[in-house]
Ligand binder design. Structure first.
Ligand SMILES: [Zn+2]
Length: 129
């Protein structure tokens, strides 16, 4: 039993450490950032010989089954959008890792016995009396 308690402590510490690395929820963007060069088609334009104008950045994002939209991103906003997209992927990883730990705690029957310590502080507004 003592070992199990120690395991639980380790899991709780790991969970807290992982959750602490979560990016700002306001700074996430689902989708894939891509860039491309385009040829304008005007005769005599330098782009006919080179790789084209650009690069133009755009976000490709699946919205619903079999439907993908593309949003053009001004080049100056490219790095920020890239960072947001990275945050989204990171957040998904973190959610998966925390969820996996919570599954272990659930199996040990220690999930409810050992709350995050945040309950009481983070009770949803609707549940408050
Ligand atoms: Zn051109």
């Amino acid at each position: 039993m003592k070992k199990r308690g120690t395991d639980t402590e380790i899991l709780l510490k790991r969970r807290a450490a992982i959750a602490a690395k979560a990016p700002d929820l306001r700074e996430v963007l689902r989708g894939t950032l891509r860039s491309r060069f385009v040829r304008c088609g005007k005769s005599g334009c330098h782009c006919r010989k080179g790789r084209g104008h650009g690069p133009f950045f755009y976000l490709s994002v699946a919205v619903g089954v079999g439907r993908t939209i593309q949003i053009v991103i001004p080049s100056q906003e490219g790095p920020m959008a890239r960072g947001y997209a990275r945050n989204y992927r990171r957040l998904r990883q973190i959610l998966e890792q925390v969820s996996a730990i919570n599954r272990q705690l659930l199996r040990q029957r220690t999930l409810l016995a050992r709350p995050s310590g945040l309950s009481g502080k983070r009770v949803p507004r609707s549940r408050r009396s």
